[in-house]
Design a binder for this molecule. Structure first.
Ligand code: SF4
Length: 404
């Protein structure tokens, strides 16, 4: 059977796109491999939100081709959609823009292998939405993915049901801007409620959610429904009103704070994570301190922070005279790293000694890894099986939290 080595770089939507491509390949008899040397094809699915993702993609492609020069290389995802905005790709590669091109490329692969899938995962990212028309000043995504499109509920439901048949225990609803999902007047909270009602899925999780989707309805559902995991990733980007405005973000610091606090106060064992951009054009020391103070007030379990990097074609990229010097960005990043570590410690402290339902993942030399309901990463030395849900007490010795 021909083998494909796949890798998703960047945001969760890359994981969705990658999974979609894996499924199409497996449906015509390809198998997945993690051994680059035995692969016939490398499929790299990358986002284009930061320059780092761009650099990581090139680096990985180079490494893989060095290990196995005979394998073909395909590039898929957001990066491919705006490939002409990047430097030309250094390796010979097929750049695939969108699902139609992907299906065409897969259609050209001849294969006599039996039609079966060999996807073995315990969590499935289910893409419920694509596209965005928000045009945040730093973001290339609206140019790369087009206007918002919601997947019909019937399709999402059949995807989740199929996942259950495959033994998947947790589905993660993903998309570019899933707060904009809608169908017949229903929103993302209604979608979660319907999936929980119509399936026996043990765990449903919402991935990155714009604060406009973090509604009271969703909060109430999280309180009432133990199968809806008490974790949200709400991008903050900046804690300064002035910078939020420059970024063309929809809500103020106070509104973001109020929404996040409501989830933390009302939903038992709630955990929040976030994204922050450091050194957005025009960000002053005072602005940055506002961001630090936000992180000090909301104990995020995980802060993903990125130094601002201009994406050609976006509004912010044109504001060259306001660019923050690299040295200043580096120094702010370091301060934010410390604040984020402190916030993560504060977030985890009350959960020490408590018992969680942990969905196990892969085994490592230190033990088996898994995630709690509230998306805290756990490592245990207990002899357990992968892809099962176990009640585990965080005793700090045999079972402990590890950095995300
Ligand atoms: S909401 Fe803003 S940051 Fe998110 S995808 Fe849309 S434009 Fe980009």
């Amino acid at each position: 059977m021909p083998k494909v080595y796949t890798h998703a770089l960047g945001c969760k939507i890359s994981y969705c796109d990658n999974r979609e491509a894996e499924e199409l390949l497996c449906a015509i008899g390809w198998t997945l491999t993690k051994n680059a040397k035995e692969a016939d094809l490398f499929l790299l699915t990358a986002c284009t939100v930061t320059q780092k993702a761009d650099a990581d993609l090139r680096k990985l492609a180079r490494q893989l081709k060095k290990q196995n020069p005979g394998a073909d290389l395909w590039i898929y995802g957001c990066w491919a959609n705006v490939a002409e905005k990047h430097e030309p790709f250094p390796e010979p590669a097929l750049v695939i823009k969108g699902k139609a091109e992907l299906e065409k490329a897969i259609g050209k692969l001849s294969c006599d292998a039996p039609k079966e899938t060999s996807l073995e995962r315990n969590r499935l990212f289910v893409k419920v939405q694509d596209g965005c028309d928000r045009f945040c000043a730093y973001c290339i995504v609206p140019f790369a993915r087009g206007v918002p499109k919601s997947m019909p509920y019937s399709e999402i439901l059949s995807r989740v049901k199929k996942a259950r048949e495959e033994g998947i225990k947790e589905c993660v609803l993903s998309g570019i801007h899933i707060a904009s999902w809608k169908e017949d007047g229903k929103d993302i909270a209604d979608l979660c409620a319907a999936l929980l009602k119509d399936t026996d899925l043990p765990r449903l999780r919402v991935s990155s959610l714009d604060v406009t989707g973090a509604s009271e309805k969703l909060r109430k559902l999280m309180i009432e429904e133990p199968r809806l995991m008490p974790h949200l990733h709400i991008p903050l980007q900046s804690g300064s009103d002035r910078v939020l405005k420059l970024m063309n973000r929809p809500l103020s610091r106070a509104q973001l704070m109020e929404s996040m606090e409501a989830f933390l106060e009302e939903v038992p064992r709630m955990m929040l994570s976030t994204d922050i951009i450091v050194g957005f054009p025009g960000e002053t020391e005072e602005d940055f301190q506002e961001t630090l103070s936000f992180v000090g007030k909301i104990s995020f379990g995980k802060v993903h922070y990125f130094p601002y990097s201009p994406r050609p074609g976006t509004a912010a990229a044109k504001r060259v005279k306001d660019f923050v010097p690299d040295g200043v960005k580096k120094e702010r990043e370091e301060r934010l790293r410390k604040a984020a570590e402190e916030a993560a410690k504060i977030c985890r402290a009350p959960f020490q000694g408590q018992t969680f339902k942990v969905l196990t993942e892969n085994k490592t030399k230190d033990g088996i890894l898994g995630f709690t309901e509230n998306y805290l990463r756990v490592c245990t030395r207990k002899e357990l099986t992968e892809n099962e849900i176990y009640e585990l007490t965080i005793d700090g010795t045999e079972t402990k939290f590890i950095a995300q």
